[in-house]
Design a protein around this ligand. Structure first.
Ligand code: GH3
Ligand code: MG
Ligand code: MG
Ligand code: MG
Length: 328
């Protein structure tokens, strides 16, 4: 309890640096966890920081950090002790997904310059060596927070841009732009491992007539419903992409042709069983899909376009044989 005692602090420094004016970044106070290694000089960094910061400063026990109880921490302030064990914690924080992106301020004694250099090497964002004035600590913390806010926002923008470029808004699936390179990666992995992968091409049967009968909006509903059904009936390592208008490409790592055909049949059956709701007083919609299955890697060309073409040919056969089925 004592270790988790929260000290809510004034935000003089944040304001001095113009941080408090940044409404988007500082709508919620940053969370700062101060973790003292065993034998850390008790100069109470937390108290020193308690003069001027807009952040929530929490003294946190090392064990709580290691047990994952320090989620959503923006900055870790690691105070080194006699044994240098804060470095271990630092490596640990960088290795864990939930703390990997946190900023880290490493504080060492004047005699621990070598440890501090190692801390930088291990990924500390800033270091303080020896007795620092509370004002220095506070300003370093504020600048660390400012940089973190900016890089968080940049990353979010980049991720959003990528998501928009590589996914299809109607179904939420990856699009062809993502599926192509993904297939290339799976193909290279298969060449190295010597184990095959499966590729399926699926196409909704008589989809044009659904649009013609019910309108485009209902057609969109059907597309989204089929997409969800396909995605929900695959393994985590599999990928389903919207490859064309009402065509879906499925990539199945570590899967041979026989298994791929089995999965294709199962997906056809799941879509057959699907009833897509369309308002309370109207009957649910029923659709079927046809599927073509193939496996890679292709021996000769090394061009994954050939794998897709083979799946396409199998799909065409399935359509010719009457639809609502899978063929290899
Ligand atoms: P088949 O069984 O041979 O596949 O017949 P089909 O009618 O499904 O095939 P066709 O290729 O003739 O028609 C595909 C239709 O898919 C035509 C196109 O208008 C429709 N479509 C493509 N993209 C979308 C979309 O995003 N929304 C809707 N509502 N329709 C789409
Ligand atoms: Mg179709
Ligand atoms: Mg067609
Ligand atoms: Mg089609």
């Amino acid at each position: 309890r004592e270790a988790e005692r929260e000290l809510r602090l004034r935000d003089d420094t944040g304001r001095a640096l113009g941080l408090a004016e940044d409404a988007s970044g500082f709508a919620t106070p940053a969370r700062v966890a101060v973790v003292e290694a065993p034998g850390a000089a008790t100069r109470s960094v937390a108290a020193a920081l308690a003069g001027a910061s807009s952040a929530d400063i929490v003294r946190t026990a090392r064990e709580d950090v290691l047990r994952g109880r320090a989620a959503r921490v923006d900055v870790f302030v690691l105070v080194e002790g006699e044994s240098g064990s804060a470095l271990d914690l630092l490596s640990d924080l960088r290795a864990r997904p939930e703390t990997r992106r946190a900023a880290i301020l490493y504080i060492a004694e004047g005699t621990q310059r070598q440890l501090a250099a190692t801390a930088l090497d291990l990924g500390a964002d800033d270091i303080v060596i020896g007795n620092a004035l509370p004002a220095e600590l506070t300003l370093r913390l504020a600048k660390l927070l400012q940089r973190k806010r900016i890089s968080d926002r940049l990353r979010a923008n980049v991720e959003e841009g990528l998501r928009a470029a590589l996914t299809d808004p109607l179904t939420g699936l990856y699009n062809r732009r993502y599926a192509g390179p993904h297939l290339d990666r799976i193909d290279s992995a298969a060449r190295q491992s010597g184990r095959p992968y499966g590729v399926l091409m699926l196409d909704i049967d008589h989809f044009k007539s659904i649009n013609d009968r019910y309108g485009h909006a209902v057609g969109d509903l059907v597309l989204a419903g089929v997409a969800k059904c396909l995605a929900g009936n695959l393994r985590a390592a599999d990928l389903v992409a919207r490859y064309g208008g009402e065509e879906f490409l499925v990539i199945l790592p570590e899967t041979d042709l026989r298994e791929a055909l089995g999965i294709a049949r199962r997906l056809c059956a799941r879509v057959r069983d699907l009833a897509i709701p369309r308002g309370s007083d109207r009957p649910a919609l029923k659709v079927t899909v046809s599927a073509g299955a193939t496996s890679g890697p292709v021996k000769t060309s090394g061009d994954t376009g050939d794998v897709v073409a083979a799946a396409d040919r199998a799909l065409y056969s399935a359509k010719e044989r009457g639809r609502n089925r899978a063929l290899a």
